[in-house]
Write a protein that binds this ligand. Sequence first.
Ligand code: APR
Length: 279
Amino acid sequence: MVPLTKIGPGGEFPPLRIGPGERVFVLTGAGISAESGVATFRDAGGLWERHRIEDVATPEGFARDPRLVWRFYSERRKQAGAVQPNPAHLALARLGRRLGPAAEGGLGPTLVAVTEGVKSVLPGRLFLCTQNVDPLHEKAGSTGVAHMHGELLRTRCESCDRPPFPDESLHLEGVPRCDCGARLRPHVVWFGEVPLGLPEIFEALNDCDLFVTVGSSGAVYPAAGFVSHLRNVPNVRGQFARCVYVGLEKPENAHSFDECRLGKAGDLLPTLFEIAPAS
Ligand code: APR
């Protein structure tokens, strides 16, 4: 029988112990960037209250009105340049360093490599996967971050096989074109599109002992389904991973977690983890 989820203020839980050699998978959502001033999607005043998903976050919306879509992402690019990581981002960067650096093989470069058939297993004991398109994890010092929904500060051609490239330019009026003549689009995964790097993500999920989700409402799949996957599938060592949620309020998939630690990520993450010395 699946044990009941413990739900309560984060401060009432002991630190999360990471045993010798244990591997950690952290999934972050918009809530981790809220304290940096980046709007979430579904909270009061969130992006989806001010913009129609159909218009700005679907391939159909881009086909219908690419100017509107570029204006939307250009506004977000402008803001991304002005915001700074908060203590939650910094805590995960520290954890990454303490659990061994992830190879520079995150989703950005690796995806390109994957396209050319190169696969890489990250040597570090932390796999950091984010649904966020902002660069705040990298600004905080994290490396090898798996951006499963793409990156705001990257652009790609919607037609030729030019790899996604770094791009902070704003297009508040027009629609940029590729050298091949086709339209350029933000390197962001829209609704109805397949997230990036799922094979590597599931490889890391099946190899984790501790799964932590931070600041995500559990409304969007496949990310919201990672925890129920771990509930049903033991890892490569035959053990079920411990699953913990950290966020302001109970997520829609709360029942699949062992614990839901409620509170602000910036308050809870700096003291969340306790790393056991190597045995
Ligand atoms: N600390 C921790 N959690 C917070 C904080 C905070 N300071 N502020 C808000 N939250 C929580 C909210 O309670 C909410 O549950 O963060 C969650 C944000 O949920 P959403 O806005 O739904 O964002 P997310 O889950 O990341 O959305 C998933 O949906 O719109 C698409 O592609 C987009 O990646 C996005 C995906």
